[in-house]
Design a protein around this ligand. Structure first.
Ligand code: NAD
Length: 501
């Protein structure tokens, strides 16, 4: 994992004293008008989930600082829009390069604040860089339209224009990636941005912001960041300068944001939670389905939005599936993130309580914990937010473990009578982000994927969306939709101009 010092080239090549690195950038975490600022509101402790040590007491932004960040973004926006697509594309590519040049130190910070394995921590940085690169490539492809007019001397054009100031409110999982997923399309389309990372793991985004501003000539006010929790988020949404709130997080927070934004009719894009079903039909290839469904639930401790949250297996193969699946899950290794186990600790204490609460509730409702079901055994796991990979059987479709999002390394398995029965149970959820389907029948693949009320279907494969495609939910998994062309245009609005000469 690199050596003790950074290189003279400015390209970091590994660091171990992460505490002093964090201290150096966390004392002035807020950025607006091209300047760093110390927080003026009370600090929130950021903990290492592997041992509960406090990594930083990170000061939050005051309401005045939130307003100042939004005002700086508004003042910079016209000039940024006039800067032209090539300049914006170049900046985004340069920002991606800064992330890659500093991948070691950023990944160290991701790992310390989130408990992600070393490999996943690097992925958080690299996928963030890819998000910026992919959006940079849209710069020269944003097109308008020319329409005929009834007036012979007139031409009608429809332009795609920026919205103004975009507020990017981010969750605790994949913090850096998701910040870049919003910054990229917002900036490339000519908006300026105020980012609010989650209060739980804000450090990697704060460090990225410092690296971007120190290494690149970003016009003051174009890219801003405020720290803090829900109150800071609410202050951002309430301020009429905010033209769009791009939010990823919990469904209930999304509903609150929508309510607040209604006061100013501010546009909202909501990427919310999920209860993704995996349907395993009786003609599925279990040799492939079992390991792949282990991946799609337990990768990254299950802390990703489109993970498999419940498995529906056709009755003739359910016993065989449970036997093989439980055996595979009990082989998963939980441990020190540096050693690249299958997963490390859960990301934070509140999340640990939520995951464990869901499992204990399932037990009390009569379900069986086939493997896992609590903290793994051993001295290494006494402190920190460790959770054993857990499979739950003997469930009924109305149990909360089958209905509420767990977002952790826990999955219930239910027998179903047919594909139609599986679709009915899958669609009974108010969520509709993703679904998985295992079958060897093309006809079943076509009909089931058509009837599922979700935004993305993975047939005979694990998780991991194509970053140039589209990611977004149906129903209470939100609306907005990110990535690719359809995600990018959400950050624009149309203007029609009549040219009469
Ligand atoms: P959360 O809703 O608790 O917090 C998300 C952000 O909202 C944080 O920055 C928080 O400070 C802020 N916030 C809280 N109250 C607010 C308010 N009233 N106004 C404005 N901002 C407010 O979510 P979380 O626990 O950080 O994230 C986990 C959730 O995110 C899960 O439900 C998961 O499924 C979802 N998620 C969805 C996607 C997706 O693409 N659909 C991706 C990742 C995570």
């Amino acid at each position: 994992m690199g050596n003790d010092s950074g290189s003279d080239s400015g390209v970091d090549d590994g660091i171990h004293d992460i505490a002093s690195v964090i201290k150096e950038f966390a004392d002035q975490p807020i950025w607006y008008g091209g300047q760093r600022h110390p927080g003026e509101a009370p600090a929130i402790a950021v903990r290492n989930p592997a041992n509960e040590d406090v990594l930083s007491d990170l000061a939050s932004a005051s309401t005045e600082q939130v307003d100042a960040a939004l005002a700086a973004a508004r003042d910079a926006q016209y000039a940024w829009n006039r800067s032209g697509p090539s300049a914006r594309s170049t900046l985004l590519h340069d920002m991606a390069k800064v992330l890659r040049d500093n991948a070691e130190v950023l990944a160290e910070v991701v790992m310390a604040e989130s408990g992600k394995t070393w490999e996943m921590s690097h992925a958080d940085v690299e996928v963030g860089a890819v998000m910026l690169d992919l959006n940079a490539e849209w710069a020269l492809r944003i097109e308008g339209e020319i329409l005929p007019s009834d007036t012979p001397t007139e031409e009608i054009t429809i332009r795609r224009e920026p919205l103004g100031v975009v507020v990017a409110i981010c969750p605790w999982n994949w913090a850096l990636t998701i910040a870049c997923r919003k910054i990229g399309p917002a900036l490339v389309t000519g908006n300026t941005v105020v980012v609010k990372p989650s209060e739980v793991p804000p450090l990697s985004t704060v460090l990225a912001m410092k690296l971007w501003h120190e290494n690149l000539e970003i016009p003051p006010g174009v890219l801003n960041l405020v720290t803090g929790g829900g109150e800071v988020g609410k202050a951002l949404v309430t301020n009429p300068i905010s033209a769009m709130v791009s939010f990823t997080g919990h469904r209930d927070t999304g509903k609150r944001i929508m309510e607040t934004a209604s006061g100013t009719l501010t546009r909202v894009a909501l990427e919310l939670g999920s209860k993704a079903p995996a349907i395993v039909l009786k003609d599925a290839d279990l040799d492939k389905a079992v390991p792949t469904l282990v991946q799609s639930r337990f990768w990254c401790a299950g802390e990703f939005c489109n993970a498999t949250e419940r498995i529906l297996v056709e009755r003739p193969i359910v016993d065989e599936f449970i036997k093989r699946y439980t055996a595979a899950v009990s082989e998963l290794k939980v441990g020190d993130p540096r050693e690249n186990p299958d997963f490390g600790p859960l990301a934070n204490g509140a999340h640990y309580e939520k995951v464990d609460g869901a499992v204990q509730k399932a037990r009390s409702e009569g379900a069986t914990v086939a493997t896992g079901g609590g903290r793994p055994e051993g001295a290494d796991f006494e402190k920190g937010y460790w959770y054993a990979p857990t499979v739950i059987t003997d469930v009924t479709e109305d149990m909360s473990i089958m209905r509420d999002e767990t977002f952790g390394p826990v999955v219930p398995v239910l027998a179903v009578d047919s594909a139609e029965h599986a679709i009915e149970i899958a669609n009974s959820s108010r969520y509709g982000l993703a679904a998985y389907l295992w079958t060897s029948s093309y006809a079943s693949a076509m009909t089931v994927s058509r009837d599922l009320e979700v935004g993305e279907v993975f047939i005979n494969r694990g998780s991991g969306e194509a970053l140039h495609a589209h990611h977004g939910g149906h129903k209470e998994s939100g609306y907005g939709g990110e990535d690719g062309k359809h995600g990018m245009v959400k950050y624009t609005q149309l203007k029609v101009v009549y040219h009469n000469w």
